[in-house]
Design a protein around this ligand. Structure first.
Ligand code: TPP
Ligand code: MG
Length: 545
């Protein structure tokens, strides 16, 4: 007798074959066959309280491991909830695959249950988005999704799975299992001649700068940049903040970039974060080298800066960096420029070391991060996640850029840090996982503390409670006047008690000297913890105008 498998079994077994152990999910009618099929595999279903949280978890997994995270949600409303989170992953070039259940094929166009044009809905926020058509080829669909997510510029990919395809039985000999190579990224190398041309241009530059894109903002990417810096003798940085030149992490970047005579964009799109490369922010005599996995991005740079482009080519970012290193000859760089760059990146106002709160019962943001700093620094594997408005900006400027730091990213979408911290805890079982977020931001996914308690994921969330959506409040004050600020008020809520009620550990901090004890107890509790710090409502630090 011929054996057979359900479409759902083919999907789950393909993921298992690809080496996966975990899927981030939330149940729903269209995907219960996949839940059932998971029982025949070693796959662990980590389920969340909102579909966007499942996607944010897959995003964090992708950023930390470099392999696509897998999110699985139900069709219609589940898919709609999940799509918002793809925006963050797309902006931050994070590889992930979103698998969404979907109305039965024969109900399409007839008002089927939770019918929605899902692939169209996900298309603008993913690298590729499609609906599976045949049960026989479901495995190939999954492999293709994984391959696209990590090829070229990494990013999210969406695949909708109609429930009738998942329920269909396919005879063993009709199943089209993907070839072993079908999971691997399709490489686009930087050829030696191209690398030599770039190095020759670099040799002629006096004040070069290498700016990389968000995809290198994890440990291996930062390591690559450090090697490029020391071998090529060129200052390097990652532009991954929607604040662009005002990214507090980059110190006096605006002063530095203004002086550059050559900017090498290594997998960094010439976009708003770089003021489109235009003067006066960047010298009109500055030349650009563009190395990017996407032809469209190379094209765009050429349209923006035409005559300033000294060289441009299509190549994968990390392998291109390695090729440059391999082809590099010793370069006699100006040590003054390297030192100046170092000083600019590290530039922080002296006054910060003594800043203190002027308000009884509330801390200055700097006091919070001064206390947190040694805990972030003491373990090289620490994962630090910064999320939200002004409070998190202070965090990003005062705390060190540890190799495993995660920020909202170029997309500037707030709210992902709690699910991301949970995913980071699964990836990193020992070192501290610390999320730094505003009180408004805390509300997006506070129910994920239930996920953390249920799954025994001891994270520490440091929440700056200023009873405000302060970043937006500050925009109102700046652009419309103090008397026209409204619609951004919150309550000074006891988020620490919310977390206690969900089974975690809570700390309330109202004075600077309480910080250290609160951090120690939170870490020692072994539970998911929230340190709720009452803070002064102050604007984000602005290092340069
Ligand atoms: C998904 C999303 N919604 C809204 C915004 C706009 N926004 C940016 S920062 C911010 C305020 C954040 O408030 P909070 O977390 O309390 O931090 P604070 O600025 O008060 O320190 C808002 C509403 C955004 N960037 N992303
Ligand atoms: Mg706030």
């Amino acid at each position: 007798m011929t054996q057979s498998l359900r479409g759902a079994d083919i999907v789950m077994r393909t993921l298992e074959r690809a080496g996966y152990q975990r899927i981030f999910t939330l149940s729903g009618n269209h995907i219960m066959s996949l839940f059932d099929a998971a029982l025949e595999t070693q796959l662990d279903l980590v389920h969340t309280r909102h579909e966007a949280a499942a996607v944010h978890m897959a995003d964090a997994y992708g950023r930390l491991t470099g392999e696509p995270g897998i999110a699985m949600v139900t069709g219609g409303p589940g898919h709609a909830n999940a799509v918002s989170a793809l925006f963050t992953a797309l902006g931050q070039e994070s590889p992930l695959v979103l698998l969404s259940g979907h109305t039965e094929t024969d109900q399409l166009g007839r008002g089927g249950f939770q019918e929605l044009r899902q692939a169209e809905m996900a298309a603008p926020v993913s690298k590729m988005s499609w609906t599976a058509r045949d049960p026989e080829t479901l495995g190939e669909d999954v492999a293709k999704a994984l391959r696209i997510a990590k090829s070229g510029r990494p990013g999210p990919v969406h695949l909708s799975l109609p429930s009738d395809l998942l329920d269909a039985r396919v005879a063993d000999n009709a199943i089209r299992w993907p070839e072993a190579g079908a999971f691997a990224a399709t490489p686009v190398p930087l050829h030696d001649a191209a690398a030599d041309a770039v190095l020759a241009i670099l040799a002629g530059a006096k004040r070069p700068l290498l700016i990389a894109g968000p995809q290198v903002s994890n440990r291996s990417g930062r390591d690559l940049l450090a090697r490029l810096k020391s071998t090529l003798q060129v200052p390097t940085c990652i532009m991954e903040s929607p604040r662009g030149f005002n990214d507090a992490t980059l110190g006096a970047f605006a002063d530095l970039v203004k002086q550059a005579d050559l900017i090498i964009l290594l997998g960094k799109a010439l976009d708003f974060t770089l003021k489109f490369g235009a003067p006066p922010a960047i010298d009109p005599a500055c030349r650009f080298v563009v190395i990017d996995p996407e032809g469209a991005i190379v094209d765009r740079a050429a349209r923006e800066r035409g005559g300033q482009i000294a060289f441009a080519c299509i190549a994968d970012t990390r392998p291109a960096g390695e090729t440059l290193l391999r082809r590099a000859r010793s370069r006699s760089a100006d040590p003054g420029w390297m030192q100046e760059a170092q000083a600019c990146f590290g530039d922080r106002p002296q006054s910060w070391s003594t800043l203190a709160s002027q308000t009884p019962g509330k801390l200055h943001a700097v006091e919070v991060f001064r206390a947190l700093k040694p805990y972030v620094e003491r373990d090289p594997d620490t994962v630090l996640i910064c999320d939200g408005g002004e409070f998190a900006q202070w965090g990003q400027s005062v705390l060190p850029v540890v190799p495993r730091r995660i920020i909202n990213g170029v997309g500037g979408s707030i709210g992902s840090s709690l699910p991301m911290a949970n995913a980071a805890r699964l990836v990193e079982p020992n070192a501290p996982v610390i999320a730094v977020l505003g009180d408004g931001t805390f509300g997006f996914h506070m129910a994920e503390f239930e996920t953390a308690v249920r799954r025994n994921l001891p994270i520490v969330a440091v929440v700056g409670t200023d009873a405000r959506w302060n970043a937006e409040h500050n925009l109102q004050v700046r652009d419309y006047g103090r008397d026209r600020a409204h619609g951004c008020e919150l309550l000074p809520t006891r988020y620490d008690r919310v977390v206690e009620a969900l089974g975690g550990h809570g700390e309330l901090v109202e004075r600077a000297e309480q910080m250290q004890g609160a951090i120690e107890r939170a870490l020692a509790s072994g539970k998911p913890a929230c340190i709720n710090v009452m803070i002064e409502s102050i604007p984000a630090p602005l290092l340069r105008g």
